[in-house]
Ligand binder design. Structure first.
Ligand code: HEM
Length: 116
């Protein structure tokens, strides 16, 4: 399950950057399609995340919240970019939240444990 979780968020992050540059390049239609696929992947990230949580909810609450924040920021960056609005502060928040959730995910007991 950690492999499915990693696959889901890695794909989502890649498509997030693709959608972002398509919006930037004014290619609205392919950008919208990529953006929709990214949204489906959000559900896969959250679903596999919950499957990993199992029955120890309290222990995982922080990882869950920061993970949801990362997804929220991805969505806010893409929507604001599609409208031609500024995204500087959102990008900073996204990078910080992404690094935090990577660290949390990799420190927790299942899957890879490079920091343990
Ligand atoms: C884009 C957002 C997210 C990223 C980048 C991310 C990243 C990661 C990483 C790197 C791991 C470690 C995998 C391993 O060691 O094999 C992990 C595990 C995990 N993630 Fe996420 N995650 C995200 C969103 C979520 C969400 C939304 C949830 C909750 C619904 C969640 C719940 C979990 C759980 C429970 C684990 C297993 C932790 C453990 O016991 O080792 N993640 N995630």
């Amino acid at each position: 399950m950690t492999h499915m979780h990693i696959t889901a968020w890695a794909l989502a992050i890649i498509l997030f950057f693709v959608a972002n540059s398509l919006y930037k390049g004014g290619k609205t239609k392919p950008a919208k399609i990529t953006h929709m696929i990214t949204r489906v992947l959000y559900l896969a990230i959250i679903g596999t995340g919950f499957a990993l949580i199992g029955s120890s909810f309290g222990f995982y609450a922080v990882k869950l919240i920061v993970g949801i924040i990362v997804i929220g920021l991805m969505e806010m960056v893409l929507v604001r970019t599609s409208k031609g609005k500024s995204t500087g502060a959102l990008w900073i928040a996204f990078v910080i939240a992404f690094v935090v959730v990577l660290y949390l995910g990799l420190s927790l007991p299942q899957g890879f444990k490079p920091f343990a």
